[in-house]
Design a protein around this ligand. Structure first.
Ligand code: SF4
Length: 415
């Protein structure tokens, strides 16, 4: 059989990696090669492959080490029963590719995952070896995100954190029943256990760093995971609850949601159509409500309908406000930060500006208008020195008054 060239394999393995959403490189520490030391940097701009929460574009070489796999997850294009073209890199080849892409200024880092070849330990060894070559042999200081394999030996997984900025273990599906049905080779307890072990290792390393200046860096950008949305019957409320438990138990930096998309040569047990992309977007908004706006998972679930699904036409913060109108209007000159954060259309930055401005003067509607895209949509929910809604929050048509145009939904949430 003729061996594929590097470029042919790159084509196959970069394409095979595109289904993984969990590669934003947010939250890493600064590391660079200024002063002539090493090569690469975690800072800077480049070709965009992923976005950090602050909007920064991050360019990553996103690859699989191999798309051969001995597992048979129904939702995965690389499952063993799939009829796709296969390819494989060695750790040395991936390290060389990363360095040559970096030198051409194409990328700022590497996102590396893999199908499972031979067994989980062997595959995990190969992933760790790639990162080791980059760090130890090339003194590469750019960003590295390694996928880890929960079934692999804990000691090999632990070593990933010595070289990677971020590590991730995919929970894959929000419910145990979904995992059993769609990923028969995977086990929810094993995945949970691996996340717990990684969390312990990250915490220990942080403690050591506080006590000993020269303690080694260990996964400074923490761990993340990805959930596939729409491949099983899990509702948005199920997904929100699962994400919240993961943030709480394993202190994940991020949970990524990936709308299931029909894959070539799809398994017959999968739905034929992908869920609307806006559903994925609503889940990200819910995630933000829990992480930055003080909503409990139960409160986010209250924004959902009786079927546990979030409305698609309005964001979950507005949906909650329309359901709990008795919590409004909120006096922008007196209300605590927690209440201000619940006002639809006010983002964390806007709330910060209100809190600092009101120390010096009493705020009027015009002051708030400068902080938001549409003060008209905010008015039913706030009181200012010169404005108090009278019956606005009781109006049956309030939703129609404040619901954003389809193209403006992001604006309302993140003003
Ligand atoms: S383990 Fe499952 S999800 Fe991962 S590559 Fe193999 S078949 Fe795909």
């Amino acid at each position: 059989m003729i061996q594929k060239t590097i470029i042919e394999r790159l084509k196959v393995l970069a394409d095979a990696a595109k289904y993984d959403a969990s590669c934003a490189s947010s939250g890493t520490n600064k590391r660079d090669s200024r002063g002539g030391k090493g090569i690469g940097s975690t800072e800077g701009m480049g070709i965009c492959h992923a976005y950090a929460p602050d909007g920064r574009c991050i360019s990553l070489l996103k690859l699989l080490l191999t798309n051969h796999c001995i597992f048979d997850c129904h939702y995965c294009v690389n499952r063993k029963s799939s009829n796709v073209e296969r390819a494989r890199f060695t750790p040395q080849e991936v390290a060389d590719l990363t360095i040559s892409f970096y030198k051409r200024n194409y990328i700022e880092g590497l996102f590396l995952s893999s199908g499972i070849i031979r067994n989980s330990d062997h595959t995990m060894e190969q992933l760790v070896e790639t990162a080791r070559i980059l760090r130890e042999e090339h003194d590469f200081r750019g960003y590295i995100h390694l996928k880890t394999i929960p079934e692999a030996d804990a000691e090999i997984v632990r070593r990933a954190g010595l070289y990677a900025d971020r590590v991730s273990i995919n929970v894959e599906l929000p419910t145990v029943a979904g995992l059993v049905r769609l990923a028969p080779d995977k086990n929810a307890q094993t995945i949970d256990g691996a996340m717990g072990t990684m969390n312990d290792a990250i915490t220990e390393a942080r403690d050591a760093k506080k006590r000993f200046r020269h303690a080694p860096r260990y996964a400074p950008a923490g761990q993340s995971t990805q959930m596939i949305v729409g491949a099983d019957g899990a509702s948005d409320a199920d997904i929100v609850n699962r994400a919240s438990a993961l943030y709480g138990q394993h202190r994940l930096r991020r949970v990524y949601y990936s709308a299931f998309s029909p894959i070539p040569d799809a398994s017959a047990v999968l739905p034929l159509r992908r869920p609307p992309l806006i559903r994925e977007h609503r889940l990200y908004q819910s995630d933000w409500l829990m992480r930055f706006y003080g909503y409990s998972p139960g409160e986010v679930a209250q924004a959902a309908g009786a079927d546990g699904m979030l409305p698609l036409d309005i964001d979950p913060k507005l949906a909650w406000a329309l359901k709990f109108r008795e919590s409004f209007p909120v006096d922008v000159n007196r209300a605590p930060k927690e209440a201000l954060l619940r006002v639809p259309g006010l983002g964390t930055r806007g709330v910060g500006q209100i809190l600092s401005a009101r120390r010096h003067r009493t705020l009027r509607l015009d002051d708030i208008a400068k902080l938001t895209v549409s003060v008209a949509k905010l008015r039913p929910f706030i009181v200012t020195a010169d404005w108090r809604p009278v019956t606005l929050t009781d109006r049956a048509d309030l939703k129609a008054l404040v619901a954003p145009d389809a193209g403006r939904q992001l604006d309302l949430f993140a003003a």
